[in-house]
Design a protein. Structure first.
Length: 215
């Protein structure tokens, strides 16, 4: 599968500017996550997607079952509004929204951050698709995507002014591995991509191809 080249370019730019000692901690955290084997627990193509009901930025309940009754659904799990890679990803997804809707599909973004923080992200980028709050990573956990940010990386985030517990509103340092899933009308996962390297997100063209097949 191809990745979003725009995010690759962003990572190269940011990597060149980061202090070496901070970059080393960030790289080690990613390597450790890969070595943990958690990727073996990610839901895959052919699995049944867990049904859920989550609030959008205005507090309205959004149910996966209702969405997939209308057509295939693309679910994008992201870390939060504090993540520059997530910001760029949702912008690229917004640009692709007309193509997604033309296929009779729905796009939904999901993160553990509070509805207020989700609203800020949606307003900042003019997002016209549902942005849902997954309190406590309850849904992401059922997809096998949740991990705890290690102490060393927490210190780096603190230096960068990133307060994950405040963004999530639950006092935890849990995050989802960014991932994209296409769920068919019958609830079966037709496409799955998740990567412990948060700078790697699947290319929009691959999402569109999966939605065409699932339509």
């Amino acid at each position: 599968m191809a990745v979003m080249t725009e995010l690759v370019a962003l990572e190269q730019e940011r990597r060149a500017k980061r202090p070496a000692e901070l970059q080393a901690v960030m790289d080690q955290a990613t390597d450790d996550l890969a070595a943990s084997g958690m990727a073996g627990g990610f839901l895959q193509v052919g699995d049944v997607a867990p049904d859920f009901v989550l609030p959008d930025v205005l507090g309205n309940a959004v149910a996966l079952g209702d969405l997939r009754a209308q057509g295939p659904v693309a679910l994008s799990f992201y870390r939060g509004a504090w993540c520059p890679y997530c910001n760029l990803e949702v912008q690229l997804l917004q640009q692709a929204l007309p193509d997604i809707q033309a296929l009779g599909a729905t796009l939904v973004a999901i993160s553990p951050q509070t509805p207020d923080n989700s609203l800020s992200l949606a307003e900042k980028h003019g997002l016209a698709f549902p942005v849902l709050s997954d309190a406590g990573n309850a849904v992401a956990r059922r997809f096998g995507l949740v991990f705890t940010v290690p102490e060393a990386l927490r210190a780096v985030y603190d230096k960068l002014g990133i307060d994950i517990p405040a963004h999530n509103g639950d006092g935890s340092f849990e995050l989802p591995v960014p991932g994209t899933y296409v769920v068919g009308r019958d609830g079966t996962i037709a496409f799955a991509y998740a990567n412990v390297d948060y700078t790697r997100r699947v290319a929009v063209r691959d999402i569109l191809a999966a939605l065409r097949t699932a339509s």
